[in-house]
Design a protein around this ligand. Structure first.
Ligand SMILES: [Zn+2]
Length: 421
């Protein structure tokens, strides 16, 4: 293939991704607007006021309109960086700067990768600010201050450097030194690295951003522990997190590995729910674990990574690929960055497949929770409460939800629980 043909191919792929994304969003906007004149869907009748329903539609529309503009903006930025000659410029910058770090091997490659990351990080600043301080603020979800927001970004940047520099060093070193099967060794390294992150995240990284406190003794804690015991879920502790410091959206999750798994509840969730509902939500989370959903998704992602790295190993020695994006000569760091930027339009079409599996897992975990609790009512109530409090879209366009939703809608989930009872 000539460099020109490669450029045209990727331009077309990017435009196609943009078009699919844009059309889905417009369909969803039109569909949601139609819902505004309809009655409240039957499931929510009684648990939601007319005003709350109208507000959920306003919120959905506001976010969809915002995502219309952000997708145009992000596509323009990506085009400018990838096709607009920015990458070769950054490459020259990295080469010149690396001269000042003569004792650091692979400084050039590391500076190049970090600089490209920095450009995208800086470009996401205005949309991030607008989303938090205008959009979320307007609907009463934003609880963060500008000071906390800036501190978060700076901490994220520092963390990115502390973790990113050694990570990039190892990957670039393996690409150079590990022989013809380097792509396999990079794969092994990345998987091991991810495992390490899972282990250090709850104790070293998450506390940089939030305060964690052991859940207070009481009925709620006793009930959760009894449920964990019944299910056979080993936990290293139940913690509440000050999620309300940043947002009124609520959530629960668990992190870590093996016996050190922590259950983390947002303080917002603990406040909004009754004990029965909270226990059902946690039974659902434990269900994911018991049914090995998390492990299965991890294996699936690792497979994609392995295939991707293999493809990368083919491209690394193919000069037209580099010339297509303005590089004079092939280099490992250029290959790495190009690959991560161009992977988007390729993996975009896998999104619905991954989300399909994810939704299947949600149904299974719901059923698991209903059985563990002995009835589906607390889980149904919890779902309705989460939907109403988070102003979730009650009636997304079916194509949009099939593509983008990692969780089925609340109505679908309740339907499924009732059918299977
Ligand atoms: Zn779930």
């Amino acid at each position: 293939m000539t460099p020109e043909a490669i450029t045209v191919l990727f331009l077309a792929l990017f435009l196609l991704e943009f078009a699919v994304e844009f059309v889905l969003n417009e369909l969803n906007i039109a569909h949601t607007r139609k819902g505004s004149s309809a009655e409240i869907p039957a499931f929510f009748d009684g648990s939601m006021t007319r005003e709350e329903y109208a507000k959920s539609i306003d919120y959905t529309l506001a976010r969809a309109r915002f995502s219309r503009w952000t997708s145009i903006y992000q596509t323009l930025i990506a085009f400018w960086v990838i096709f607009g000659g920015v990458l070769p410029l950054v490459d020259r910058f990295a080469r010149n700067l690396a001269v000042y770090f003569p004792s650091w091997s692979r400084a050039e490659g590391i500076i190049f990768c970090l600089s490209v990351g920095f450009i995208f990080g800086a470009a996401s600043l205005p949309t991030g600010l607008y989303s938090t301080f205008v959009l979320e603020e307007r609907f009463g979800f934003n609880k963060t201050t500008l000071a906390v927001y800036i501190a978060d970004r700076l901490k994220g940047l520092a963390l990115g450097l502390v973790i990113g520099v050694p990570f990039l060093f190892c990957v670039l070193w393996l690409m150079e030194r590990a022989g013809p099967y380097w792509w396999f060794w990079v794969f092994v390294f990345i998987v091991a690295f991810q495992l390490l992150m899972v282990i250090v995240f709850p104790t070293l990284i998450a506390p940089l951003f939030n305060k964690f406190e052991p859940l207070k003794d009481g009925e709620f804690k006793q009930r959760i522990l009894a449920m964990a015991d019944k299910i056979g879920f080993k936990t290293g502790g139940i913690f509440t997190m000050d999620g309300s410091r940043r947002s009124a959206h609520s959530n629960a999750y668990f992190t870590g590995l093996g016996k050190a798994k922590r259950i983390v509840l947002f303080d917002t969730l603990a406040e909004q729910m009754t004990t029965d509902q909270g226990v059902a939500v946690l039974a659902h989370e434990m269900g994911h674990y018991k049914m090995k959903h998390i492990r299965r998704m991890l294996v699936l992602r690792s497979l994609f990574l392995l295939v991707g790295l293999y493809v990368l190993s083919l491209l690394v020695n193919y000069p037209p690929f580099f010339r297509a994006f303005g590089f004079d000569a092939p280099s490992n760091h250029a290959a790495l960055v190009l690959f991560s930027l161009l992977a988007g339009p390729a993996t975009f079409y896998l999104t619905p497949l991954i989300n399909y599996f994810s939704r299947k897992h949600e149904y299974e975990a719901d059923l698991f929770a209903a059985r563990a609790v002995g009835e589906s009512k607390p889980m149904e109530e919890a779902l309705i409460k989460l939907t109403v409090d988070n102003l979730s879209n009650l009636t997304p366009h079916p194509w949009y939800s099939a593509y983008h939703y990692s969780h089925p809608t609340t109505a679908e989930r309740i339907d499924a629980m009732r059918e299977n009872r």
